[in-house]
Design a protein around this ligand. Structure first.
Ligand code: BT5
Length: 322
């Protein structure tokens, strides 16, 4: 109901909308409309209420609530269901719980703040309130578990494209799960899978995006390695629009990944967004370090590194240092 009232106010932003008209459009009483208006105000919306004229929306806050994300979202599957929390330990954790409870394909879990945001291998992800997009998508591709990690690469293409278009600056993918501007990270991906031996039950695709932080708002240890879309663009962005843009770029790529059975058909597109290929890298793998030049990505998404001796090593999982 709140979504509907907000939509009406948005459509008539330059004028007052009578309480009567909202009642009729929504099929509820005047008292109910007034209650919903109060709730919107509590969430940071400024609504002018004038006797005998009605309501007018003056200001919408930068929030990542379902009503803001849904309005103007053009996807068919991704984000059609949205679960929002002001604060959560980790959206990946909550999404996993919801996935086990049967949440549908494309469900988006989003929080204003994470108190226990996670990176890979138990690392922490800085997720303060009001400044970023901390979200997880629940996906149920009918694919073998071997393809699950490739979804990280597919999502990275969408994120890199979305960020370039939102900021007007070129973003790029650092294999496998980071999006960079220049030498600094603005986004990380954490893909977690739940499967049995031949079938994916669900994948939780976690995405953390630094949107509106200033440099000084990053903790000391991140200041030299992290960046936000705002710093890159030189002005702040509306977080719900960032989410819409990411979902819009991701949906067709995700559909292609499911239809074609994995990442291989998207390999060339990935390379166009990559800042990894052609670079000298040091890959820290569970079985030791490999140094060389990143020369390609293979059909399965492994990074191909040519060592000094000319040998090509395929790296499936590693920490990459430039
Ligand atoms: C990642 O891990 O980059 C994956 C991050 C995924 C976060 C999302 S937010 C929504 C969802 N829910 C979660 O709980 N997680 C996902 P990794 O490659 O391991 O990088 C982690 C490292 O990045 C840390 O050790 C820091 O050095 C650095 N880091 C932490 N917070 C950062 C931030 N906000 N911006 C840039 N770098 C950060």
């Amino acid at each position: 109901m709140r979504d509907k009232i907000l939509k009406i106010l948005r459509e008539h932003q330059d004028e007052y909308v009578s309480g009567e008209m909202i009642c009729q459009a929504c099929g509820v009483s005047r008292t109910a409309v007034w209650k919903h208006i109060r709730e919107l105000e509590e969430r940071g919306y400024q609504i002018d209420a004038v006797r005998n004229r009605g309501y007018r929306l003056l200001y919408s806050p930068d929030v990542v609530t379902p009503e803001e994300i849904i309005l103007g979202l053009k996807t068919d599957v991704l984000g059609r269901e949205i679960v929002y929390r002001d604060q959560v330990a980790s959206t990946n954790e909550l999404a996993t719980e919801l996935a086990y409870q049967g949440a549908s394909e494309g469900t988006l879990v989003v929080a204003d703040q994470q108190t226990g945001g996670r990176g890979r291998r138990g690392r922490a992800w800085f997720s303060p309130p009001g400044k970023g997009v901390w979200m997880s998508l629940i996906l149920r591709p009918k694919l073998s578990p071997a393809y699950a990690s490739q979804l990280t690469l597919v999502a990275a293409i969408a994120l890199s494209r979305a960020f370039s278009s939102l900021t007007g600056q070129q973003a790029g993918i650092k294999w496998p799960n980071d999006i960079f501007f220049g030498s600094k990270k603005c986004c990380g991906i954490l893909t977690e899978m739940h499967a049995d031996h031949d079938r994916i039950h669900h994948i939780v695709l976690g995405i953390g995006i630094n949107v509106n932080m200033e440099s000084s708002e990053f903790p000391e240890e991140l200041r030299d390695i992290a960046v936000s879309l705002r710093i890159v663009k030189g002005e702040s962005l509306v977080r719900s629009k960032v989410i819409q843009s990411v979902l819009t770029y991701l949906e067709p790529l995700y559909q292609q990944y499911v239809r074609e059975g994995g990442f291989s058909s998207l390999r060339e597109e990935w390379k166009l967004e990559s800042i990894t290929i052609g670079r000298n890298v040091r890959a820290v793998t569970p079985r030791g370090e490999i140094e060389g030049t990143a020369v390609d990505i293979d059909e399965a998404g492994a990074l191909c590194v040519m060592t000094e001796s000319g040998e090509i090593v395929r790296i499936h999982s590693a920490e990459i240092l430039f």
